[in-house]
Design a protein around this ligand. Structure first.
Ligand code: UD1
Ligand code: UDP
Length: 373
């Protein structure tokens, strides 16, 4: 660095588990350039427990916590809590740029706070779209808002970049970087061993996750009933379901699945355990966004509990298949992948769909070579 060049003050904001996974490689890459950046990691605390659990895996912890989480929080609770607390924090400190990832309500509200305070916001995982503002709900709305407020867009794929261009984002503010989730995945695979697991080593298992707001109510019930139907018909297969702490899902999972012998409900897994659980699973059943991105890198079939996805690349790659929330359809597709070996093999190819594992470095390079706006 030239003598007299001022360090850039960068805030990395994180609200939930997937943000911690995906921003951890970016934080680590920023810290490598400590002669150029002063880095502050701020947690909104939207996920009180899951953020700290996830960051710890990467030897990181937040410098500051806005502590917004409440039990059964509403979207209004999160939006107003983050907007108010983030604005106060931004007025206390002076940042050159704030970085946030994805489509959570924390990210949406933080990007608005930056917009109001005239601070540049860099959006990691920019440009994902389903085209339907209510699916997934409220994530599609959130990411569209961030698309308007952000001054730098880090698009993971050409499709995401094209979505931003179509919406009128300035071309030289869009950077095609890949998704740092692949960097995070490589970090775990290269640096850790498989921890012990609560399902038998010598038997196949299906790994499951489920948490989306648009499933709450009848739909989540249908999903759980489908899983119970399948498990009861196939006692030789285990289902391992680390249950998200959201009470709207947890209570249904426990009441419908709690007493089936070959279904193991566990607390949320730390990221090391979850990556190895995906790697060793026969297949994954999930409504998660991040899991759809990790699956192609692992060559692991995912039946996606959604009607639409903002990650069409994972479907095109062949590793992900949308199965929605219909009870019979879910059981049918689980059955098919269990018995039809060629259908299973067709979904088990490894692909670099979401990046080569060097997204964080590309994001940091773009920031280094940019004047923010
Ligand atoms: C949130 C995001 C969603 C993202 C998901 C990742 C929004 C609106 N939703 O959904 O986009 O895919 O995180 O997991 O931004 N809880 C705890 N401890 C925790 C976390 C959650 O007890 O560490 C419980 C609380 O009762 C909380 C509830 O779960 O009120 C729901 O959390 P919330 O962040 O609103 O929704 P998620 O379903 O986690
Ligand atoms: N994950 C984890 N432990 C779990 C379940 C998921 O570490 O018990 C990881 C998963 O590998 C992915 C991220 O959390 O990287 C996805 O989080 P989630 O499904 O909660 O959110 P989404 O990606 O749908 O926004």
């Amino acid at each position: 660095m030239k003598e007299g060049t001022k360090k850039k003050r960068v805030m990395v904001m994180i609200g939930t588990r997937p943000e911690a996974v995906k921003m951890a490689p970016v934080i680590r890459a920023l810290i490598k350039h400590r002669d150029r950046f002063d880095v502050t990691v701020l947690s909104t605390g939207q996920h009180r427990a899951l953020i700290d659990q996830t960051l710890a895996v990467f030897n990181l912890c937040p410098d500051f916590d806005l502590g917004v989480m409440t039990q059964r929080q509403s979207l209004n609770d999160i939006t107003s809590g983050v907007l108010r607390a983030m604005t106060a924090y931004l007025q206390m400190e002076s940042f050159d740029i704030v970085l946030g990832q994805g489509d959570t309500t924390s990210v949406m509200a933080a990007s608005m706070a930056c917009f109001y305070e005239g601070i540049s916001f860099g959006h990691v995982e920019a440009g994902l779209r389903t085209g339907d503002c209510r699916a997934p709900y409220p994530e599609e709305f959130n990411r569209r808002v961030v698309g308007i407020t952000a001054g730098m867009h880090f698009a993971p794929t050409p499709t995401a970049r094209d979505n931003l261009l179509r919406e009128g984002a300035v071309e030289d503010k869009i950077f095609l970087t890949g998704n740092p989730v692949v960097d995070a995945l490589h970090f775990i695979l290269e640096n850790t061993e498989e921890p012990s697991r609560p399902v038998p080593k010598d038997k196949p298992y299906i790994l499951m996750t489920c948490h989306r707001r648009e499933l709450f109510g009848e739909r989540v019930l249908h999903v759980m009933e489908a899983v119970r139907d399948f498990a009861m018909a196939h006692p030789q297969i285990h289902i391992w379901y680390p249950v998200h702490p959201n009470p709207n899902v947890k209570s249904v999972a426990e009441s419908v699945l709690g007493s089936t012998p070959n279904i193991v409900l566990s607390p949320p897994l730390d990221y090391v355990s979850f990556v190895h659980a995906m790697k060793s699973a026969y297949l994954v059943l999930s409504d998660s966004g991040g899991v759809q991105e990790e699956a192609p890198s692992l060559g692991k079939p995912v039946l996606v509990l959604r009607e639409v996805t903002e990650r069409p690349e994972a479907v095109a790659a062949g590793t992900c298949l949308l199965v929605g929330h219909d009870r019979e359809r879910i059981v049918f597709e689980l059955d098919r992948l269990l018995h039809d070996k060629s259908a299973y093999a067709a979904m088990s190819n490894k692909r670099d769909t979401f990046g080569d594992g060097h997204a964080a470095g590309k994001i940091v390079d773009a920031i280094l070579s940019s004047s923010f706006s």
